[in-house]
Ligand binder design. Structure first.
Ligand SMILES: NC(=O)c1ccc[n+]([C@@H]2O[C@H](COP(=O)([O-])OP(=O)(O)OC[C@H]3O[C@@H](n4cnc5c(N)ncnc54)[C@H](OP(=O)(O)O)[C@@H]3O)[C@@H](O)[C@H]2O)c1
Length: 286
């Protein structure tokens, strides 16, 4: 069986390739796509086949997917350009007649009103329209969106957000990757998996971070436009800052809330807890 993973050079994709190999898939059956030469070389070293392909290059995508049995389309990172890019992958998968197209979408993609959800929803619609057998892996937030900011939380003694009391079902990339590998290997995966871990509010995040770091950390809820200004002040481009603030509003409305049942069913174990993820991120690197 030939399994193609797009975005394999990214944080999630590398973990998916590793999870497939850990599950016993022979390296010769895995094809990893991306653009970054250095990361493709790291994947080469694992024995998988690598191809340097840009989502904009429809011909290269057709070549890369020819003969594929199953494809995991990991959503691209260039917000605003993703639908056209994803459509190229879907067309190549259709031309190859793949037996399964799996797509990493966003939690509650069909109802979410977050700006970020629009391209995912449109991609899901394009996948359905292709007529290909498919599965949607609707990932909630990555826990790393928060654990990557531990130093900032510690420095300022606060977690800033615009999510109110909303709860987010964040899970680690490693858990999402393992779940994606498991779904890709099922005979007949479900059409939709709503994936996320045990939900927490940003107030609970602050408490957990404070407990693990042994510091006072509180949650400060801001109006979305003020959060945008703070993020711009911290160096983020204005458009991206506004999208992140909008995502917090979506979090407040429950757009990123799902039950952990689908993730845990694919994992066959409980999802990694927030406290464990924060402890791992805070641990000194050896
Ligand atoms: N749920 C969440 O909290 C969350 C947070 C952030 C992102 N996401 C979504 O989840 C995806 C995977 O997350 P991640 O952490 O692995 O992101 P990442 O590390 O930024 O990886 C993105 C991957 O997409 C590839 N890519 C982007 N544009 C491409 C293009 N034009 N042609 C070919 N490949 C392209 C990149 O390839 P190269 O690096 O080789 O160019 C890379 O492999 C993201 O792309 C984004 O859609 C979700």
């Amino acid at each position: 069986m030939s399994l193609v993973v797009t975005g394999a050079t990214g944080h999630l994709g590398r973990l998916v390739v590793a999870a497939l190999l850990e599950r016993g898939v022979p390296a010769a059956e895995v094809v990893a796509l991306g653009r970054d030469e250095a990361r493709l070389a790291e994947l080469d070293a694992l024995g998988v086949t690598t191809r340097r392909v840009d989502y904009a290059d429809a011909d290269a995508l057709s070549d890369a997917l020819a003969g594929a049995d199953r494809v995991l389309l990991i959503s691209g990172s260039e917000v605003g350009q993703r639908l056209a890019q994803h459509e190229n992958v879907i067309a190549a998968a259709r031309a190859a007649g793949v037996g399964l197209l799996a797509y990493t979408s966003i939690a509650n993609a069909d109802t979410s009103t977050m700006i970020l959800a629009a391209e995912h929803r449109a991609t899901e619609e394009a996948v359905v329209a292709s007529g290909l057998p498919h599965t949607f892996l609707r990932n909630s937030w990555y826990t790393e969106n928060y654990t990557g900011q531990l130093a900032t939380y510690a420095e300022h003694g606060t977690v800033l957000g615009a999510a109110g009391d909303g709860r987010v079902s964040a899970a680690t990339r490693a858990d999402y990757a393992e779940a994606a590998a498991a779904a890709l290997l099922l005979d007949q995966p479900r059409r939709v998996y709503e994936l996320g871990g045990a939900a927490f509010s940003l107030k609970e995040l602050a408490t957990t971070v404070g407990d693990v770091l042994g510091k006072d950390v509180t949650y400060t809820d801001l109006p979305a436009d003020e959060l945008t200004r703070v993020l711009v002040g911290a160096g983020l481009p204005e458009g991206y800052a506004a999208v992140l603030a909008d995502a917090d509003l979506g979090l407040g409305r429950g757009d990123l809330h799902v039950e952990p049942t689908d993730l845990e069913a694919l994992l066959g174990r409980p999802a990694t807890s927030l406290a464990d993820a924060v402890r791992a991120a805070a641990a000194p690197r050896g």
